[in-house]
Design a protein. Structure first.
Length: 632
């Protein structure tokens, strides 16, 4: 119902002629729209240098400063334990966290700083169909947005990032930049990060990672053939690959990469001595450059072949004589002829290739169809869209994850990473640990917005949810996938490993606003501030928040004991002891102090008055002087 917008039409024409001058910028109302870099356009239309803003090599976009600000800001959220959804809570060292990964990564900063050996993520690809969200999204109509499913409970926008969105690339880059920046802190100095991506954002993601991790820490862009066959309906090219970006925190500290050899390849290494496995290989080489005579035991000299050409050998004469002395080489009679051989040692592994093919015994790392097959074996139907195959993640983990290391996946989706870790542990009886993070996306919303050919997958997912009688969230399927995969692996292998996981859920702080900003609340009734802890929070909730603040890992053993009627919580022995009950007596304090805790935590209401609190401090000075005391 409006006439043609000539400005938009002119912009379209310029975009066809000069696509490089198109950018994004804020309009007068603070919205981001497509825009034109006029300095660059002037340069395109001029044969002399146009002076504009000072040029520098960088990637920038509207929202980059916002991303940096978000990465550096603190979070007032906490994690609450969900024991009912967990498996083997008391003994497991695996973690599954439900919530916005931006908050989770910040909450893990103290507990897992420089402790994660490997990160793998499969983020939204920004194809125009993916759901992404903006952090701290604020709107006057926030209630409407929440009720209509456009934002989640954390206030994050949950809509498809279509190409018609003026912030199409900017929104995605802003989301990714802050998360990658924070996640870097969790990596060990010799740590690695693997990021799956397709062509939609691969060029920009590469530049973002160059900035965050350093271009000198880039290891490779792996090319994975994620599908095969079909594609005849493509207008130009049938794209059958994705990328996996590989970066390190400090490339100088990263060990060499090796692939595990196939059983067929290993069959040739039949011999073994104190130095390892080997087979006898011919020392003669057609393309060698080492020419010298070799005298056989009967005096026959090997120097020319039957055609009179000089024989070339694998190694120098000096090296050959040393190998002969060390019994690493030999001269033996094969039929009527002499043969010079050397011990071909089994290498530590094969240097990985940058192209992952989907055929061949060694190079088959699965496709997205194989990922669906993995889930079909567990659920009996397709319940996730384009899941990564377990074989691919197992292969990647083989590069950098030791048998005792921790891997983090903060876009965990279907939970493939957990199954990959369990399979590796079952294979070599290792103790690798995983931390998975996933936003509880509403599957109903995903079904309602999906294209017709994808609706069946989400319908299947909702059927499983109905069978499980649980909320319709993606995280419920992720947890169930891990449970079923664990059962399957245990039945098939009979190996006793860690099949459990502790579930935590992101929530608001356990503390009331008065705890953080008492000066901003004005006059309140004494009843309102009688406790600075929210009424619906348990002692276990408080314990987890304290653990995060103290930098203790969420997988550490926890134990609750009753001392004279009071519940006392122990974390990793005496690393942390906490009691959140009311009116804790001196006798209970003496019992706690006898365990010589490194840290001890009480509630403010644990003490009758200030004098009782001071008395506790004096008791610890006397009985356990090295204990750090904290009061909530």
């Amino acid at each position: 119902m409006m006439s043609l917008n000539k400005v938009e039409n002119n912009i379209e024409q310029l975009a066809l002629l000069f696509p490089n001058v198109m950018t994004e910028a804020f309009d007068s109302e603070g919205r981001i729209k497509r825009a034109i870099d006029f300095d660059l356009l002037k340069q395109e239309l001029s044969d002399f240098l146009v002076e504009g803003e000072k040029e520098r090599y960088q990637l920038t976009w509207p929202g980059k400063r916002e991303a940096i600000l978000n990465a550096n800001s603190s979070s007032d959220k906490t994690l609450r334990p969900v024991k009912d959804d967990s498996v083997d809570w008391e003994s497991t060292q695996n973690i599954y966290i439900e919530g916005d990964n931006s908050n989770v990564l910040k909450l893990l900063q103290e507990s897992y700083l420089n402790k994660v050996k490997c990160i793998y993520i499969d983020p939204p690809y920004n194809t125009g169909k993916d759901f992404i969200y903006r952090d701290d999204f604020k709107s006057s109509s926030i209630t409407y947005l929440t009720n209509s499913g456009q934002v989640d409970d954390e206030g994050n926008r949950m809509v498809q990032n279509t190409e018609t969105n003026g912030r199409y690339h900017s929104d995605w880059l802003t989301m990714m930049y802050s998360r990658l920046k924070v996640s870097k802190n969790l990596l060990r100095e010799d740590g690695l990060i693997f990021i799956s991506i397709d062509e939609s954002e691969h060029p920009r993601l590469r530049l973002v990672c160059d900035e965050i991790f350093g271009v000198h820490n880039h290891i490779a862009d792996l090319v994975w053939q994620n599908k095969k066959g079909g594609g005849n309906d493509s207008k130009h090219i049938a794209v059958e690959h994705e990328y996996i970006l590989v970066y390190s925190k400090n490339k100088e500290l990263v060990d060499e990469f090796y692939e595990v050899y196939s059983e067929d390849y290993l069959k040739r290494y039949k011999e073994e001595d104190s130095h390892g496995k080997y087979y006898w290989d011919t020392f003669k080489r057609k393309s060698g450059k080492q020419y010298y005579p070799i005298t056989c035991p009967d005096g026959f000299v090997l120097e020319f072949d039957n055609n009179g050409n000089p024989i070339s050998w694998l190694r120098s004469e000096k090296r050959f004589l040393e190998d002969l002395k060390q019994e690493e080489a030999r001269i033996i009679k094969v039929g009527d002829n002499w043969s010079v051989q050397f011990k071909q040692r089994l290498p530590k592994g094969k240097t990985p290739r940058s192209i992952y093919k989907t055929n061949g015994l060694i190079e088959d790392y699965g496709t997205t169809s194989d990922g669906s097959t993995d889930l079909l074996a567990l659920f009996g139907k397709d319940v996730f869209s384009n899941p990564k195959p377990v074989s691919l993640l197992r292969h990647l983990l083989g590069f950098g994850l030791g048998s005792e290391d921790v891997v983090l996946d903060f876009f965990s989706g279907s939970g493939t990473m957990a199954q990959a870790v369990m399979e590796l542990n079952a294979e070599d009886k290792g103790n690798r640990k995983y931390i998975l993070v996933q936003l509880p996306e509403d599957i109903n919303t995903m079904y309602n917005t999906a294209e017709q050919n994808r609706k069946m997958i989400f319908k299947n997912a909702l059927d499983i949810i109905h069978e499980l009688n649980c909320p319709p969230y993606l995280t419920e399927l992720g947890k169930e996938r891990i449970r079923r995969a664990a059962k399957k692996i245990k039945q098939e292998t009979g190996v006793d490993i860690d099949y459990g996981f502790r579930v935590y859920r992101v929530d608001s702080s356990n503390m009331k606003d008065v705890y953080y900003t008492p000066d901003k609340l004005g006059q309140l009734n004494l009843d309102d501030v009688s406790s600075n802890i929210k009424e619906d929070r348990t002692a276990e909730d408080l314990l987890i928040q304290v653990m995060l603040e103290c930098g203790l890992e969420l997988s550490l053993p926890m134990e609750s004991r009753e001392i004279e009627g009071k519940a006392v919580h122990y974390v990793a022995g005496n690393s942390l002891i906490a009691c959140f009950d009311e009116n804790v007596t001196d006798s209970v304090i003496r019992n706690i102090a006898a365990d010589q805790p490194l840290r001890v935590i009480f509630r403010d209401s644990s003490f009758r008055d200030d004098s009782a609190r001071i008395n506790v401090e004096e008791l610890f000075k006397l009985l356990s002087p090295s204990t750090e005391i904290q009061v909530l």
